[in-house]
Write a protein that binds this ligand. Structure first.
Ligand SMILES: [Zn+2]
Length: 379
C-alpha cells in the first residue's frame, strides 16, 4: 500500500507491515514520555529508567494500534470479506480489505470493531493502573495510565464522523441502511471527511496562532491528510462504480504479437522480438491455446548456446505465475486479484480456449485514468 513498508510477517493469515515513519513516531512518543510525562508521574528516578519505560510504553502503544487494526481485519474475514494485510504508519494503521462489505450491517460491524478494541484495551490499562497504584512502582502505574488514556483517545478520535476514519465508515453504514444506496452513502461519508478534515486544519492553526502551541501543527497535518484521503476515496468509489460492469474484453489489446511456444529462443529473437516493439509476449501452443508469458528480461540468464537449444515454451512463465482468464471476467476482479508489473506481466485473455488478447499494466492504468477524468468532468 505504502512505499517504504517493511514486512513484519503474518498473524492469523493476515500480512503485517510497518512504514518506516512508525520508527519516528515510536521515538517521538518515547521522548515525550521519558522527558516530561513519566518524570511528572514518578519523580526522582535516574533518567535511564524513564527512557526504558518510555520505549517499552511506546512499543506497547504500537501493539495496541495493531490490535485495533487486527479487530477490523478479523471481523471482516469472519463476514467473508478478504483482507490483504495491515500496514502501520505515521498516522495510525490501515487494514486493507480486498472486497466491499456485502450489506450495511457488516459494514457497521467491521468499522465498530476497531474503536471497540481500543476502548477495551484502554479500559483494561486504566483499571490496571487504578488497581496497582501503591502496589507497583509509580513509573509502571504512570505508563499504564498513559496507555489507558491514549487508547481511549485513539478510540474517540477514530469515531469522529468522516471517511476514512472509522466514524466515517459508521456514517456510511447508517446512510446505506437508511437509503439503500451504497454509492450515496460513500459520497456522504467522504463529504463528511472533507468537512471534518477542514475543521481539524482550522483548529490546528488556531491553536498555533492563538495559544502558541505547536502541537496544533500535528492536528493540522492530520486534517490535511483526512481531506486528501476523503477526496481519494470518493474518486476511487466512483471509478470502481464505472468499471463495475466492464468485462476484461473491453480493455484488452486484441491480436497481440505472440511468441510461438515451439520456436527456439534464438528463432524467436531473430524473427519476432527484434522487430516487435514489445518487452513482453504471450506464448501460445501450436493449437493457439495460451500457455504463458515471455518477457525479454527472462531471457537474460540464457547463454548464446542455450538460446539455440531452448524452446520458448521451456523458458516462459506459466500459471500460477501468469493469470489466464476468460474474456467475460469483470475488470474489477482483475484489479483486485491480479496486480500487473509494468513491462513484466501480461494477463492472458481467452475466448473458447484460444488467445483473444492480452492486458498489460499500461492498459489497466489507462482505463483507470480515463475513468477518473470522466469522474472529474461529471462532478
Ligand atoms: Zn480503525
Amino acid at each position: 500500500m505504502f512505499r517504504g513498508t517493511v514486512p513484519l510477517g503474518h498473524l492469523g493469515g493476515v500480512r503485517l507491515g510497518a512504514h518506516w515513519s512508525v520508527a519516528v513516531v515510536v521515538g517521538l512518543i518515547a521522548y515525550l514520555l521519558a522527558s516530561s510525562i513519566l518524570p511528572a508521574a514518578a519523580p526522582g528516578l535516574a533518567s535511564g529508567w524513564y527512557w526504558v519505560a518510555g520505549v517499552l510504553t511506546a512499543a506497547c502503544f504500537m501493539a495496541s494500534l495493531l490490535a485495533h487494526e487486527l479487530s477490523h481485519a478479523v471481523t471482516a474475514r469472519h463476514h467473508g470479506v478478504p483482507v490483504a494485510g495491515i500496514t502501520l504508519w505515521m498516522l495510525g494503521g490501515a487494514a486493507e480489505l480486498e472486497g466491499e462489505p456485502p450489506d450495511p450491517r457488516t459494514d457497521f460491524l467491521i468499522a465498530a470493531a476497531g474503536p471497540a478494541s481500543s476502548l477495551l484495551i484502554g479500559g483494561v490499562c486504566w483499571a490496571a493502573a487504578a488497581a496497582s497504584s501503591g502496589v507497583f512502582p509509580p513509573i509502571v502505574v504512570g505508563s499504564l495510565l498513559w496507555l489507558g488514556l491514549s487508547n481511549i483517545a485513539l478510540a474517540v478520535f477514530n469515531l469522529l464522523p468522516g471517511a476514512p476514519l472509522d466514524g466515517g465508515r459508521l456514517v456510511r453504514a447508517a446512510v446505506w441502511k437508511r437509503t439503500g444506496d451504497r454509492r450515496r452513502a460513500v459520497g456522504a461519508a467522504a463529504k463528511a471527511g472533507q468537512v471534518l478534515g477542514t475543521l481539524l486544519v482550522v483548529a490546528g492553526f488556531t491553536e498555533v496562532l492563538l495559544l502558541a502551541q505547536f502541537t496544533g501543527l500535528w492536528l493540522a497535518l492530520i486534517g490535511w491528510f483526512l481531506i486528501g484521503a476523503a477526496a481519494a476515496e470518493r474518486a476511487h468509489a466512483n471509478v470502481r462504480e464505472q468499471l463495475a460492469d466492464m468485462p476484461v474484453r473491453a480493455i484488452m489489446s486484441p491480436d497481440p504479437v505472440i511468441a510461438p511456444g515451439w520456436l527456439t529462443v534464438e528463432a524467436f529473437l531473430e524473427r519476432i522480438a527484434f522487430s516487435a516493439r514489445h518487452r513482453t509476449f504471450p506464448v501460445v501452443s501450436f493449437e493457439g491455446a495460451p500457455i504463458g508469458v515471455l518477457s525479454l528480461s527472462d531471457l537474460a540468464r540464457l547463454t548464446p548456446e542455450q538460446q539455440l537449444t531452448t524452446r520458448v515454451s521451456d523458458v516462459c512463465r506459466t500459471p500460477p505465475r501468469v493469470a489466464i482468464v476468460p474474456a467475460s471476467t469483470p475488470l474489477t476482479d482483475i484489479l483486485t486479484h491480479h496486480p500487473l508489473r509494468p513491462g513484466a506481466d501480461l494477463l492472458l485473455v481467452t475466448d473458447n480456449a484460444t488467445l483473444a488478447g492480452v492486458v498489460s499494466a499500461q492498459d489497466v492504468t489507462r482505463t483507470v485514468e480515463l475513468a477518473m477524468l470522466h469522474h472529474r468532468e461529471r462532478r
